[in-house]
Design a protein around this ligand. Structure first.
Ligand SMILES: *Cc1c(COP(=O)(O)O)cnc(C)c1O
Length: 356
């Protein structure tokens, strides 16, 4: 049976990418060797990592003063690498707290400087986006552009004099961005780009080299810049797969086209949630709703198990909500086809006709 993969992460990748990766795992570039068993110091792998970087630069139209790095340790390691590299102990960084991930980022960053929680939506279980103004002084404002667990997403970033540092793990390359607003962008690959194991960091040159503390070599962004992310062995297969996804995004027409597709998918699903009496979206304010992770619940709790069972029977997987929120969550990342979203909305509407 065809599966419709709504997992939040690791998550769906384009079928064509999986196929190419499977081929590369057997015979990479007709070398007679697997991409898994060649040195990362070969021209063949150089081409992989360089085209991955070039494609990110091209898709986001990054100016030359931005570096694209590939790190390990997940997005979670960026929670400490960022303040370690960017913030002196006596300097101030601002954090917007919109969920579990930003809460963790704050906890780590507190070790490295003066933190101010600029705004928070913790008072209402993170089911909305707090308003804030960018302060005129300070090192950076940390923001989580898309809150994977709660289903909120910033669609507007107030302009200001200090740069954003942005966790884009779950909406990386899902829409165009105004690059100049960001001093640093990071994203764990496994939501919207590739498999787990690699994290992309985009950092503006002037953010680096300004802290006094002694940073271990492999935790220092400057090492990644100088060594083209290959001071040590990089996660070759995740980088290879990410490169294939980047090519796929380019073939689809780039981030503008991807955004249009993402909007169309999200519209379909939210419309069903807003009109079907058995279902309701968790995020009430339409301007705060995520185009990537759609969280919802049922108005009749006693029907939840039956709906979940029917979903499974129809090949719909991964729609159980995060354990901290409950209910349901449909993750509809870049690679999710509209046809799969349609299968879900049709089941919802059919289910309501029979049981509502
Ligand atoms: C998944 C996720 C993370 C954590 O990523 P890891 O790679 O598992 O460390 C951080 N931030 C956001 C927004 C996420 O969705």
């Amino acid at each position: 049976m065809k599966k419709h993969n709504f997992y939040a992460g690791p998550a769906i990748l384009p079928k064509s990418v999986i196929k190419q990766a499977a081929k590369g795992a057997l015979n990479f570039n007709d070398s007679g060797l697997s991409v898994l068993e060649i040195s990362h110091r070969t021209p063949d792998f150089d081409e992989v990592i360089n085209s991955a970087q070039d494609l990110i630069k091209e898709l986001y139209q990054l100016p030359d003063n931005y570096h694209v790095l590939f790190t390990t340790g997940g997005a979670s390691s960026q929670f400490f690498m960022i303040p370690m590299n960017l913030l002196n102990q006596d300097e101030t960084a601002y954090y917007i707290n919109t969920g579990t991930w930003s809460t963790k980022a704050i906890a780590e960053a507190q070790r490295y400087g003066n933190l101010i929680e600029l705004a928070s939506s913790a008072d209402q279980k993170f089911n909305y986006l707090p308003k804030f103004k960018v302060p005129s002084k300070g090192k950076y404002v940390h923001i989580t552009s898309n809150n994977t667990i709660y289903g909120t997403q910033f669609h507007h970033f107030p302009k200001g004099d200090i740069p954003y540092v942005c966790d884009m793990s779950s909406d990386f390359l899902s829409r165009p961005i105004d690059v100049e607003q960001y001093g640093l962008i990071y994203a764990g690959a496994q939501k919207n780009l590739g498999p787990a194991g690699v994290t992309v960091v985009i950092v503006r040159d002037d953010m680096l080299g300004k802290v006094q503390r002694d940073i271990p070599t492999l935790l220092n962004y400057e090492t990644f810049v100088k060594k083209n992310s290959m001071f040590n062995t990089p996660p070759v297969f995740p980088i290879y797969l990410s490169m294939l996804t980047l090519k796929w995004i380019k073939e689809k027409g780039g981030v503008e086209k991807i955004e249009r597709m993402n909007k169309s998918k999200a519209k379909l699903l939210y419309k069903e949630l807003d009109t079907n009496p058995l279902f309701k979206a968790n995020i009430v304010n339409k301007r705060h709703r995520s185009l990537m992770n759609v969280t919802f619940d049922m108005t009749n709790a006693s029907l939840k198990d039956a709906f979940l069972a029917e979903a499974e029977a129809n090949g719909i997987v991964g729609i159980k909500g995060h354990r901290s929120v409950g209910g349901f969550r449909a993750s509809i990342y870049n690679a999710m086809p509209r046809s799969s979203v349609k299968v879900l909305t049709e089941l919802m509407s059919d289910f309501t006709k029979r049981k509502g």
